[in-house]
Design a protein around this ligand. Structure first.
Ligand SMILES: [Zn+2]
Ligand SMILES: [Zn+2]
Length: 361
């Protein structure tokens, strides 16, 4: 029997989201239905609503979620009914050219559920990032379910499914931050502060937070920033050099995804330093850099897709570190809200008032 549940839907470009009846099919082969306990509100959900991702309306929003497995389809062996899981959007295929090279974090053919969830009238929904989790139950590919310690609160654990993992991974996976290194993080929202927490976890001794909002710089201190720079008032590159004996940082992370910020990150690093772009730019953005600077500064300029994470490796590890008091996962939760409050959470997020609002079911 298909399930009939309530979910948050974006019906058309720019229109406020609405709570609608969603029909969730029974899981087919390789699929799982998950009872969602909590789902964070991410910028990407707002981008979907605004048509910034694609035009496949209506969207079922939400993708940073944790819950328990309610049902599994034929052939599912990685999870069972009752398992506490964090949902991911990197269910690796094991067969594409990236996977065959052993670089599963780049998998070019990740799995999603084959069936579609629909509105009550049968209209097919596009699930945000192949998940769709502002809903009481959702249908995913079983590979999108990662089992973690059930002692972790769902509100915090779910955030690993997207923003927190992207930020932590930008520091520890893509940036390869090592003990004693210096790191600058540009943009101190959820992803940026997760990068700061990741840099701290990896043992960075100088962590410089850069933002134009003093409130966000306050947050950054809580997550482990040793220095803060308000780039509205100060030249960020000069300030970063000032905090690193004139050299610049080993790793500069752009968690904004804007040409002006990327340029600051590019110039704020030491010779042979790494630049990591984890903030997502829009298609019309371009950047011009003197090629001699790209060559002469050496090091690496990298993008970080989803923090180059492997959910099966990284989610349980971060939950365990959280349970041991070594990673402040819960501090990313600014507030818990109901399913009717997603639109107002977008407002708060847009104005930089919250790190994460989390819908609880
Ligand atoms: Zn693959
Ligand atoms: Zn997200």
């Amino acid at each position: 029997m298909p399930y009939e549940v309530k979910g948050v839907v974006a019906r058309s470009k720019g229109a406020p989201v609405t709570v609608e009846t969603v029909i969730v099919p029974d899981p087919g082969p390789g699929e799982a239905v998950v009872d969602i306990q909590a789902c964070g509100v991410c910028h990407t959900d707002l981008h979907y609503r605004e048509g910034g991702i694609n035009d496949d309306y209506p969207f079922l929003l939400g993708h940073e979620a944790a819950g328990t497995v309610a049902a599994v389809g034929e052939g599912v062996t990685n999870v069972a009914v009752g398992d506490f899981v964090v949902l991911n959007w990197r269910a690796v295929c094991g067969q594409c050219r990236a996977c065959l090279k052993g670089e599963l974090q780049y998998c070019f053919n990740t799995h999603n559920a084959a069936q579609k969830m629909t509105l009550a009238d049968g209209t097919e929904l596009s699930a945000a990032l192949g998940i769709g989790a502002f809903v009481e139950k959702t249908l995913v590919h079983s590979g999108q379910c990662t089992k973690v310690d059930p002692q972790a609160p769902a509100t915090a654990a779910g955030l690993l499914g997207c923003g927190v993992m992207a930020g932590v991974g930008a520091a520890i996976n893509t940036g390869g931050v090592q003990r004693g290194e210096s790191v600058a993080v540009f943009g101190c929202g959820g992803v940026g502060n997760a990068a700061i927490a990741g840099a701290k976890l990896a043992g960075a001794t100088t962590i410089i937070a850069v933002d134009i909002d003093d409130r966000k710089l306050e947050w950054a201190r809580r997550f482990g920033a040793t220095h803060t720079v308000n780039s509205k008032a100060t030249d960020a590159v000069e300030a970063i050099k000032g905090h690193t004996n004139g050299f610049g940082v080993d790793v500069a992370i752009d968690a904004v995804g804007h040409p002006a910020v990327f340029e600051q990150a590019f110039y704020a690093r030491d010779l042979a330093g790494r630049v990591v772009l984890v903030g997502v730019p829009t298609p019309e953005m371009t950047i011009t850099l003197p090629l001699i600077e790209v060559f002469g500064r050496g090091g690496a300029v990298k993008s970080s897709w989803y923090g180059d994470c492997l959910p099966s490796r990284d989610f349980p590890m971060l939950v365990d570190l959280y349970r041991q008091g070594r990673f402040p996962l819960e501090d990313f939760v600014s507030e818990t809200i109901g399913i009717d409050d997603v639109e107002s959470a977008f407002e708060k997020m847009h104005h930089g008032e919250v790190l994460r609002s989390v819908v609880v079911f």
